[in-house]
Design a protein around this ligand. Structure first.
Ligand SMILES: [Zn+2]
Length: 124
């Protein structure tokens, strides 16, 4: 069974391990099966793009080569390397869950674990 991650898309997270420790960013994507998250501007990797010939370019008399270069993009990182930043107290926090009843339906909401905060993380 895949467990539900505490981190969700569009959360702000802070990196707690690795070369980007201390950085914050927005979660672009979560991969619950792999326990991985993709965070904006964090864990950037450089890809060297080699120049390569353009297909079908000669007909138009245009450039025949795609210029090479370095492309930077974020790489997925393990979810245990990040902590959710509480939108209320702005501190990285562990995430707790509480069950709330809204309109007779039970919903699970994530809450900040800081004793002096305890606010809901999911804005709804
Ligand atoms: Zn908080």
């Amino acid at each position: 069974m895949a467990q539900t991650l505490k981190v969700k898309k569009n959360d702000t997270v802070q990196v707690i391990k690795g070369k980007d420790a201390g950085k914050r960013g927005r979660v672009i994507e979560v991969a619950p099966r792999e326990n991985r998250v993709l965070v904006e501007n964090v864990n950037m990797i450089k890809r060297h793009q080699r120049p390569r010939p353009l297909q079908n370019a000669n007909r138009m008399g245009g450039p025949t080569i795609v210029p090479g270069g370095i492309i930077e993009r974020p790489a997925p990182m393990n979810v245990s390397n990040v902590m959710v930043v509480c939108p209320t107290c702005k501190r990285p926090t562990r995430v707790g869950t509480v069950i709330k009843t809204i309109k007779d339906r039970q919903v699970r909401v994530r809450v900040c674990k800081h004793a002096d905060c305890g606010q809901e993380i999911d804005k709804s």
